[in-house]
Write a protein that binds this ligand. Structure first.
Ligand SMILES: Cc1ncc(COP(=O)(O)O)c(C=O)c1O
Length: 414
């Protein structure tokens, strides 16, 4: 029915993802755990194989052919990431091992240098643990305080409360672009502008946004933006941290080692220029090149087309699940991306997840590394179906049918 939703030809796209063809428990796989990690298309797999079979050597170190080839492909991947988020300069793009690593880099490089006793860091209730714990560590070490913006019953940030929290002691705002637990799209552009009125820099956790919508860091005017490759059809172990050059220049390195230096004596080390100052040691070269290929792939489809397709699918899923008796959607924000969190009355989320797996349907159950969200909604866990552009309405139907089966099995519905 919605097979040709938006401008994307889903059937053709699905043919690029060999893993979507596998069977689980004798049933066709229905993969709805994309917020945890999305799947990799054949062109990305092929690019990785090509790199490993004909281009691999360590980078930035030697003058031989393979090292120069690997270096130029690694740096080309950086430029692809730069274009993908519209960063002004290539040197503002740092390869990390993922969103968590990017946030920790800012916590150590910026936080430990510029946050002190009595200072405040603003977070929101919607944050993933990886955008809470690093700030808690900095706050503990420096005697700073975390201030948390509350959310309403729909899972939307209370902007007036946020406005009240911004003050002369605020040193940083760290906020997620899209909530991984609820799917809420936060009004980050507005939040950034409000923080800047107080001269406060803003870090955006883009782990759940970069795979689902066009991100333009210059338009947002964010100071830092972090995301992961493995949620964007790329490999694990790679991610991007964008930072404004002027801030990155002032920050201290997070890790010391090879490649991040210009000169070393036992008395003194002079650090390399950005971005290399933040890329100590041998980086995940293959993963960076794979991420470049993943960026090519999704950019080829078009981020606006991906967003349109996924919105249509999420609307369809929301409508179908809303019509089910005994199933409650958690997170009903007006603007959402790709995530449907729900509870099945009378059945523990882990039982729902286990029984859905028997039907070949892969969803995530648990606290989704966002325990404050669970506390806010007074649930220990939720069931979470999360979509990618290659998912179909038929897969949503399979999810609904599987939930019905669970309800029957538990006798919570005829
Ligand atoms: C919103 C959000 N932030 C951060 C992360 C951490 O990403 P990674 O594990 O790739 O570092 C995730 C992963 O689920 C996430 O959803």
């Amino acid at each position: 029915m919605l097979q040709k939703a938006g401008a994307l030809d889903i059937e053709r796209i699905r043919a690029d993802f060999p893993i979507l063809d596998i069977e689980v428990n004798g049933k066709q796989l229905v993969f709805l755990d994309n917020a945890a990690s999305s799947q990799m298309p054949q062109p990305v797999i092929d690019r990785i194989v090509q790199y490993q079979t004909s281009e691999h050597a360590n980078i930035h170190r030697a003058v031989h052919y393979l090292s120069e080839k690997a270096t130029s492909e690694y740096e080309a991947a950086r430029r692809k990431a730069q274009r993908f988020i519209n960063a002004r300069e290539e040197r503002e793009v740092i390869f990390t091992s993922g969103t968590t690593d990017g946030i920790n880099l800012v916590a150590h490089g910026f936080g430990r240098k510029f946050i002190g006793e009595g200072d405040e860091i603003i977070l929101t209730t919607l944050e993933h643990h990886s955008n809470i714990v690093p700030w808690q560590m900095v706050a503990q070490e420096k005697g700073a305080k975390l201030r948390v913006v509350p959310i309403d019953d729909h899972g939307e940030i209370l902007l007036d409360e946020y406005r009240k929290l911004l003050n002369a002691s605020t040193r940083l705002v760290a906020v997620t672009h899209v909530s991984n637990a609820l799917g809420t799209i936060n009004p980050v552009k507005e939040m950034i502008a409000m923080a800047h009125e107080h001269g406060v820099p803003v870090l955006i956790d883009g782990a759940q946004a970069a795979p689902h919508m066009r991100v333009d860091v210059q338009e947002l005017d964010c100071d830092f933006y972090a995301f992961s490759g493995h949620k964007l059809c790329g490999p694990t172990g790679i991610g991007i941290l964008y930072g404004k050059a002027a801030l990155l220049e002032k920050m201290q390195p997070f890790k010391g080692g090879g490649d991040m230096i210009l000169s070393v004596t036992f008395e003194k080390t002079t650090y390399n220029t950005i971005p290399h100052k933040f890329e100590a040691g041998t980086p995940p070269i293959m993963a960076a090149i794979g991420l470049g290929a993943a960026i090519d792939y999704v950019s080829g489809l078009g981020m606006d087309a991906i967003a349109a397709q996924e919105t249509e699918l999420l609307d369809y899923a929301t409508d179908r699940v809303n019509r089910m008796d005994g199933v409650r959607i958690i997170g009903t924000a007006e603007r959402k991306a790709a995530v449907l969190s729900f509870a099945v009355e009378g059945v523990h989320p882990h039982d729902v997840g286990t029984l859905l797996n028997e039907e070949g349907v892969a969803i995530r159950t648990g606290h989704h590394c966002a325990q404050p969200v669970m506390q806010r909604f007074k649930v220990p866990a939720t069931c979470r179906a999360s979509f990618a552009f290659y998912n179909t309405p038929e897969e949503v139907d399979a999810l609904v049918a599987a939930i019905r089966k669970v309800q029957k099995l538990f006798g919570v519905k005829e």
